[in-house]
Each structure stands twice: as C-alpha cells, then as structure tokens.
Design a protein around this ligand. Sequence first.
Ligand SMILES: [Zn+2]
Length: 850
Amino acid sequence: MGSNGESQFTVTKTLIFQIIGIVALLSIPSLLYTGSYIVSDAPAPKEGLEPAPNPDQRLSEGLLFIVLDGSRKDMMKDSSFMPNLNAMVDEKGTYIDVLTGPLTMTASCVKEMATGIPSRPNEGLNNFHPEHPGTPDGWTLASSYDGDGDGIADNEFAIVGDYVWGDLYADNDDINFMKHRYGHSDYMQGDTESFETMNSWFDGEIPESNTKEGVTFDRTPNVIVAHLSGLDSTGHRYGSKDSPEYEDKLLWLDGKFTELFAKVPENWTVVVTADHGLTDSGQHGSPDEVIREVGAWMWGPNIKQSHVVEKQIDQRDLATLPSLLLSLPLPHAIHAKFPLDALNVSEEEKQVLDQWNWNATVERNQWMEDNGHHSIEGLSSEVIEWEKISSEKMGLRTADLVLSGLFFVMICISIMYLLRKNGLSLGLSLGSGAVITAVTAVSTIIAYNQSTALDDLYYPMGLITPYFVVGFSLYLLINKNEKHTRRIVYALLASIVLMLTFIESRFSSLGLILLVMLFLPMFTKVAREKQTSRVLKLVFVLVLIPALFLSHYRGIGFSLPRMMTFFSFKVTLASIVYSSCFMMSATYIFVTRNKTIQKQSHRAAVTLGFTSIPILMSLENNVVDWILLLGILGTVIYGFVLKYTKPEQASDLIPLAVFFWLAMSWGGWVLAASMVMYAAVESFLQKEWTVLHQKYDSIHQEFARIVLVTLLPLVTWFTWWAALGQIDGIGHPRDVDPGNLFLNGGYIGDRFSPSNAWVGFMGGGPPVAMTVLWWSLFHKNNWPVHYVALLLVLRISLISLQLSLAPNLPRFIFKISWDIIFALGLLAMMSHILISSYREHRNVPIAETV
Ligand SMILES: [Zn+2]
C-alpha cells in the first residue's frame, strides 16, 4: 500500500464495507452463543436439602431481618446518625462487613440475600421486579417447612415494605406480604406504615393482608423481613453525604427502631443490613466500594456480644441465616457460607455447622457436574476446602473458546483474501493478517492477566492507544516526505486494531484533543472569516476544563461536573440563582451566536424563558411541569412542520426544545455545557473543521483523514458526556456508568409517585434527545457520521469475540456487556442519519477509489 510497486492496490468503499461486514458477521456466533451463556440465569439445583445436624435445637426462635434500601455503611456506623442501632450491637451484638455483588441494584442484591444464588448481569435490567429462580431457599422453608410433622409449618413468615421481596415470593400464599410503598417520592409514608404493621404483630394483632386477597393468616409471624425504601428515595433526591434530609431520615429510622426493638422477644435474632450503599450524590448501580460495602448489625441468642467480625462476608451469605438460626434444612441451591464468626457457640458445634454447610456445597457442586455446568473437581465431604470455592467465577466453557478462536481465524483469512483480491501483494496481505493476529493476541493476553502481572499496563494502555491512532494519523496528514510512510501506516493500522480489540480502550480519553486542536495551525492559521469567534472558543475552553481535568473522582476526591450538576437540584435560593445564571448566560451566547434568530425581542424571550426554568422547577408543581412539557412538544411539532414548509426558519426550534427539556431535567450547568459545546462545535464544523473535508490524492493520507473524521464526532460526544459528570476523569474504568446517571428529573410531571418508566423517560430521555441532536448536527454539516457507525460496529464485533474469556472475570463481563449495550444505544440514536445517508448514497456508484 505504499506509493511505489503497490500502485494497483486500491482501497474502495466496497472493500471497507466488505471487511467490516465480514468482521461483524463472523462475530455474531460468539455474541449470541457466549452472550446468552453470560446473561443466562445462574444454574442452581431446583431441589435438594441438607438436613440440619440438630433439627430440634434451634439457635433462635425468631428472626427479624431489616433491609434499609440505599444505606451507606459509614453513615450507619456513625452513632450520631444511628445511636440506638450501634448501641444495641456495642452492648449485646455483632457487627459484620458485607460485600454486595458488583451489580448494585436493589433487585439483584435482594435476590442474592434471599435465594443465595449469584446474580447475573442481565438482572440489572430487571431492577424492580426480580424473578425467583424456583429453588428452595431459607425463607420459603421458613414459610412452609414442617419438621415436627404436625401438619402446620414450624414457622410463620411475613414480609413488609417494598415490593422487591414481595415480588420474589408473590406466588407463595404461605407468606404474608404487607406492601407499604408508594413510589419514588415516598420518603416516609411506606416506612411509617411498615413500622405500624410490625409493631402490631409484636403486639399480637394480625392486620389483614393487603396483597393476598382471600388468604387469611391466623398467627403472628416469627420470621419477618422488612425492606424499607424511604432512605434510598431520600438519597436519590437529596444526596447522602452531608445531606440533612438523608441524615434526618437515618435518625428517624433509628428512633423507630428503639420502639420496635423493645418489643422483639429476647429469644429472637435481629439483623439490620442494607441492600447497597449510595454515592455522595445519591446514586448506585456501579461497583464502587462505597456502594458495594454495606454492614450487618445483629444480636440475639447465640450471637457474640460486643463483637466485630474481622472478615468481610458476601451478601449472599445472609441467605443462610434462616437455615442456620432456625435449624431448617440448608438448600443445595444456596451458594454461600454461614457467618460462623458471629456465633457464640463452642468450637465443636461450629465444626458441626461448618460440615453441614460444606456437605450442601459438595452436593451443589455434584449437581453442577452432573448437569454439565462449571464445577470444581475433587471435592468430597470428608475434606473441607472452602478455599477452592470461588463465588465470582462462572466457569470458562471450551465451546466458547473454540468458537471465538475459529471465527477469529476465519476473519483473518477473509481480510487477507480481500486485500489480496484488491491488488495488495501476497507478502503484505499475509503481513496484515499477522499484524491483526499479533495485536489481538497481545491485547487479549494483557486484558486477561490484568489482575496478575500486567496490572500496571492495563488501564494506561486503554487510555493511550486512542492517542496513538490520532498521533499516527496526524503525522501522515502533515508529513510530506514519504520516507517512513510505510512504517507509520503499519503502526497506524496496528494501533487501530489495538484500540478496537483491547477491552479497556477508552474513546472518552481523547477529549484532550478538542483542547489541543485550538492551538494547531488548523485553528490558528486560517483566515479571519474562517475563524470561530474568540468568545465562543473561550467559553468552550471553560466548559472543557471541569470536564477534562476536574472530574477525576478517584484521583482528586470529587467530580466538579457532578457537583455542579447536583447543586442545581437543590431547592434553595442559592441554587436557583446559580442555575438561572448558567441558563441565562448560555442561552444568551446561543441565541446570539449566528443570524438565525434575528429579532432582538425573540432573543430576549428565549433567554428569559430558559432563565426562569430553575424557579419554575422549584415549585415542584405538576401543572407547571405539564404546561412546559406541552410547550416543548408543541415547539417540536412546529419545528418539524417548518422544516418541511419553510426550512430557512426552522433551524433552531428543535434544538431549543431539546435544550429546554434537558434544562428542566438536568439543571443549569448541564444546559450551559451542552449549549456552549453545541454552539462551538457547530461553528467548528462550518469553519475550522471544513479543512477535514478535503480529500487527499495519496492513499495513506486519505486513510488518515478518514480516521480523524471518524473519531471527531465520537470524541465530541464523549467530552459532552464527561461534562455531564458521567465519566470520572481519565481514570474512570468505563465510558459508561449507569450509576452516574442523574434521574432527579424523573419526578417532573408526576411529582408524587412516578412509575419507573416515567423516571427513566424524564431523567434519561433528555440526554438521549441531546445525543440524537449531536449526530444530527454533524450530519447537517455534511459530516460522514455513518463512519462512526461503522467504527462502533467493528468495536462491538471485536469485543464480542472476547466474550469467551469473560465468564471467569466479572470485570470483563461488565466492561464488555456495558460497552456493547452502550455502542448499540449510540447506534440507535443515529439511525435517522443512517437511513438518510443510505438514501443519499444509494445511487452513488459504490466502487469509488478514494
Ligand atoms: Zn435506589
């Protein structure tokens, strides 16, 4: 592919499409076959119980198990917020550190606590309505097990509070579920009712079941699960750390505990824990320590007093408590360990209990082996070897590895064949295949061994690789002498393959080039009239600084974009003024940036409209919300009508409608960042960046140009995403983190009890609309956005091939599955453009030499 000797090799659009098509097609088997294994429900035996060694000797006569939704360990442990809870444990109980699974959503955490079966990534998508796997668990046994054979279950089990637990056991009429939960803005009422119900049970009353019609309960429960969600809602709305509302809610709960605990019989065990923690600004979902690390406070008969268990337990271990404490059989399905360190029993008794636990584990392993699932070889009930049991590994399957290996070889052969067919010499065609194979092998080995030797290489490589791609491309574009060209072209190809195959590649790390380019000749050496205004460049830089440099949460302990976003959600005079100032200055810059809005009065009206959003939102009034939402809808419809009737007048209406929605839901800073970036990029597209439209005669320069043209929209989008506080600086392990999304806007239009779908729509909808707007902006300015689509397709394909290695690496599963979902989302949001570019290019001869 150099200039001499290879002149017959031409890169045509057909060739590029063929290569991408082949890669995409041949990665589908891995995506489907291995992908469905990864998201399938964890296998678990549907029957099989290990009888308790001493069924007649229970450690406890009752169990009160309280789950505080979204309760931070550090704040719960603080006696100034929960004096009573901590005093109970200091005096007569045990404290244990608990680690949740990496997916910190209520449904997956509750499911693990209830069933003892590891949650799979797909369960995060099923957050509010977990499904019971149908295996026996400690709680179902507590509701039905009849050990003494008198025809009546030995225990009576009831659930109060949120529907997550109720849903899990919805089909079980032996369980009394008292639902006390009224949606996302129920901070108090549900919890208050839950305490009333529990108090009445302890007083000997049996309130009528409010979920199971026609089913009556004739005795008070001795096993109770209470899932109290008001704290999580409070945290989502007001933040956790330094939030008076969250602190007051903890104090309130602790006060209610005092009254309740006084009524709990002495021979019962009480456990208080959390499903997951919260970030400072009240989010969860990602595997951050502050979210995964929760606590368990417990006391009762045979529980150590004034004790702190040294070793952290898994959240799933809590699922063993009904069996352990009430001497019910231990289901083989439970993949967990007894928290024996919390028990105040003799060493011999402990050994008996440990053996019981181990026997069930051996049975589970045997079942896994018999049914062709991942199992551990050589386990026997004679030797207890807990160290062999890993809870995180799903188990690699040979079939997945063979499949991905086979299809990778086919991809290489196809690419070599296509290159050869298009005139590349045999040597260079084989060489290209070798480069692809070598780079993929290196990237996979580094990723797979991240936790061992190559840790130092792992994250930096993901951040730096995209810069190599940009660097080599720029070198080819700028450098006129052709001396090293061939070597640089190879280096560029290799770094592109590395960027696309390496799991940890971070497109978002490239944000820096948006800043650096302002000082390149492309910007500085153009004619005046081709330059973006100084003011616009300056405010653009002001937005980039927090997004690029002050968002590194792990490094500097805070993320300025997140703080600035979160501050605008507060309903105080300061935050309303703050938000309004952002809105006013950004809107003014936006409406005056070009000549589309000519009339001074129109500019003033638009600016005033945006400036008043913070005040209107602070009213928290559904009528106001709906007037504004209908106004947005009307503007969009009017915008589309104009687009087809008087296109010259329509240009800003739809963007303004999207910005308005974004401003209502995400506040002043996000609006300012989005408007400024939009205005600046629009100007770059019409001025400085037009130089990138010029095609080059030399094949490698043209290739380099296409690489840059492909990356720029993606870089712009990710930098905007970072300005929204969605990426924790360059050290953030992922480009996407569902735990960073702000869903505060989800209450707009339904202030009391919005459904999950509404919260998702009003909170997540505006950034989606804004993303569509971004791709449209590029498209409108004749930018080939469909190249970005091709890049994303390649990325999805190449990481899908590595799914076969993921089952034993939870981090891999998360990274790959989120990246795939995210890339598919970005693709979906440009589908309108892909359709129109297909229409435009349909009649253009496709075999065009570039
Ligand atoms: Zn939550």
